[in-house]
Design a protein around this ligand. Structure first.
Ligand code: MRU
Length: 352
């Protein structure tokens, strides 16, 4: 399986991070050089880089940037402070906190050293980055195997879960890529994904680049497409999966899953084990990010809502496990997810 050449996150050997600015896609390809942990946190907050695994990878490199700036033996407080700043950048995707915890473990191992352990931290960040790509390729095959149980079909996806959102290949979009290459998918329906338009600007662009047939539609066309029998699987990613299998993902996923159940469309969630949060018993306890009112009141510079109107702009919602047919992660598939299935799978993934 060839990996798409899109590179949202690149560590440069002179000691800085290069991010593809996803705010400018698809019409402009701009990159942003990030040289500090503060800069990495701001890039995550401002959505230069977005998507749960990509946020975690960027934060890990952000810790390396903090370590590079430390001089002398009292390096640890500066790096810990950077971790606190990075952790405050976005609240919902647990991959951010998972990656920072991995970096924290490296700091703990090297805490008595005289200089900041830059080499060890960089190796840890690179491992997180590389491992995410490997996991995506594995999940791609596992998800494609599920689709192969029945005849080739068209699928629907929401938001962007592709190379742009991950270490490469993608989670839900990775399954779509793998299944397409195996002849299991006839067409992809990409939802626009209001208000930030990840589906229109990023997913449609990624698929189009690879010649995978894609049709873009407004989010509210999804139920009509399902009613017309045009969708076999709804395939989405996740930002955090609770211990009982409830899934936080891009706003609109809950409505899609309800519609899918009504119309007999199967629902697949694709996420690496770094997206699971066993500390959270159910989706009710997952923090839901709300973003700037301007995402609704403006289209670019144009004002599209009355001035000073009340705005509610949650950017994630929670889909109950009961509406999900399968969660695919790197060590296997949880069919009809529940607490027992999730815990068993995560213990297998983490070797406990
Ligand atoms: O707000 P975003 O663009 O970071 O939201 C992204 C999503 O909701 C994705 O579906 C999720 O992070 C999975 S990405 C592999």
């Amino acid at each position: 399986m060839s990996v798409p050449s899109i590179t949202p996150i690149r560590w440069c050997d002179d000691g800085h991070l290069e991010l593809l600015d996803q705010r400018a896609l698809p019409d402009r390809h701009l990159t942003l050089d990030v040289t500090s942990a503060d800069g990495a946190a701001e890039a995550i907050r401002a959505m230069v880089v977005r998507g749960a695994p990509a946020i975690g990878i960027t934060a890990a490199y952000g810790v390396v940037l903090a370590a590079l700036k430390q001089r002398g033996s009292d390096w640890q407080p500066g790096v810990e402070a950077a971790i606190t700043i990075l952790a405050a950048s976005r609240p919902t995707a647990v991959n951010l906190f998972w990656a920072l915890e991995r970096m924290h473990q490296v700091i703990a191992i090297h805490r008595h050293e005289e200089v900041a352990p830059v080499t060890a931290l960089l190796e840890a960040a690179r491992t997180i980055h590389r491992q995410d790509l490997d996991d995506n390729l594995t999940m791609g095959e596992l998800g494609a195997d599920l689709i192969s149980r029945e005849a080739p079909c068209a699928v629907m996806t929401h938001c962007n879960t592709g190379a742009l959102a991950t270490g490469g290949h993608g989670t839900a979009l990775g399954v779509i890529r793998s299944a397409w290459s195996r002849g299991l998918i006839t067409h992809v329906h990409a939802n626009e994904t209001r208000p930030w338009l990840q589906g229109a600007r990023l997913t449609a662009w990624e698929l189009d680049q690879e010649g995978i047939p894609v049709t873009l539609a407004v989010d509210s066309a999804a139920s009509l497409l399902m009613a017309q029998g045009k969708v076999g699987w709804l395939i989405v990613g996740a930002d955090r999966i609770a211990a009982n299998g409830d899934v936080a993902n891009k706003i609109g996923t809950l409505a899609l899953a309800v519609q899918a159940r009504y119309f007999g469309v199967k629902v697949m969630v694709v996420a690496p084990s770094s997206t699971f949060d066993l500390e959270v018993a159910s989706g009710d306890a997952i923090p839901i990010e709300t973003r700037d009112a301007r995402e609704l009141t403006h289209q670019g510079e144009r004002v599209v809502a009355p001035e000073k109107i009340n705005i509610y702009n949650p950017v994630f919602d929670v889909t109950p496990a009961s509406l999900i047919d399968a969660i695919v992660c790197e060590r296997g598939v949880i069919e009809h997810p529940d607490h027992a299935g999730v815990v068993r799978m995560i213990e297998t993934c983490r070797g406990t």
